[in-house]
Design a protein around this ligand. Sequence first.
Ligand SMILES: [Cu+2]
Length: 502
Amino acid sequence: MLDRRAFIAGGGASLALLGTGSQLIAQGTTVTRRSVRGMTANDPDLAAMSRAVAAMRALPRSDPRNWTRFADIHRNFCPHGNWYFLPWHRAYLVSFEEIVRELSGKADFALPYWNWTADRAFPAAFSAGDRSSNPLFHPRPGVARGLRLADDMVGPQVISRVMQSPDFEAFGSSRPQGQDSAAPRWQRRAGSRTELEFNPHDGVHQSIGGSMAVVDLASRDPVFFLHHANVDRLWSSWNARGNANSSEAIWRNFAFSRNFLAGDGSSWDVRVGELNSTPALGYRYDGDDSPFAADVAMPVGDQVLERLRTYRRAVASGLLGSTAGVRRIDIPSLGSVYVASTDNGGIGSRDKPLAVNVPLHRTLGEMLGEESRLGPPSGDATDRRNRRYVFAFMHDIELPLDPTTRVQTFVNCAELTPQTRIDDQSYATGVSLFGSEHSRHGAPADSGGASLCIDLSQPLARMGQPRGPRTDRLTVQLLPRCESNEAHVSNIRPRRVEVVVL
Ligand SMILES: [Cu+2]
């Protein structure tokens, strides 16, 4: 991997990466991104960010660092719902940090982050005053209504579930369907959105509202960068726990060309493989190692990773197709992976949850073996070897017209009604829908339908699986919630539901 400092020594085209203002970085300093919690408005990093945002707003349109033009980079290039989501946004933050260094004169500027799990209230420095007195201010309907981020979106349980994702594509959203090369056209095609993205990431965007709730405008709100710094911090923290990023060439070799800027406004091209680790990019996070240490165990064992690799290879090779039914992939000495798929014509709405029955033709106990355990790994070696996962993929989703709809997902709930609460043992998680306008209007026309990957292991384990009720099907249930007076704007329909028993 290339080190940012190595670029300097190497010279050549990559020199542009640093711009001219970052003397401290050039000398090998790693800056520390700190939590915004407790920072006062005159904190040196916040003050530098504030100065730079004001300067970017004052730049003419002819300068690519002009605030609106810099925000348009997000509109024009950002990937969501696929495995470029994390590296692309990491590079966008680095680009912003470089510009702030250049324009604020604070050469060791480090972007603060907003740890919404620990700090549910909106960062005060961003909501104080008004547009004329505070460059970090922005109109935010959600904040004006008294933002309260729910446990179900950003709470410790959600974050530890995210941190227990077994591999990179289960953690940071998966590869676009059918991707067969690292050609630029794959950048914004649809893969499957996983919980880090569809729950805390999408949910916080949506909850803040205003620009933040719309992909095309999101980064016009300065808090965008603190929100994404926390997403980026969770990625770095997942790695620090011993989880590896994807080793696939079509991920690592993918180039973001002519997307980003160096501090001086020249173009900065970067490959995904260069965005793998934060120290190589000149920064780290404070308290990197201990945000959720108490309830997060070790990474899964090699057996689980081998099952996942086999499954992903089968998907990539087109082996699984998309016809309804159950398919089995046998793995020498590791048993079998099952993929059960069904088409769906039903629609779920606020008043009437959707239940999709996915026939398995045998019980989960028969698929998994009685020795197996579902859900996240503990430190025990046998336990890690026998650890299994059940994922539900919802493909080609027709999304609700009201993008503020939040979709609660359940599995095998005996009596799901609009009154069912999320402390029910069958509850899996909640889905927010940032970027649904892109999926609906097809901003990149060929991006494919939205797709979600939901981990059912925890609710199924709570319900006693694999030894529990001997049912030969799984019922995946969706309950949209929205405030609108008209129920139909919450309508959701996944055209295909796939259950993967790993
Ligand atoms: Cu975002």
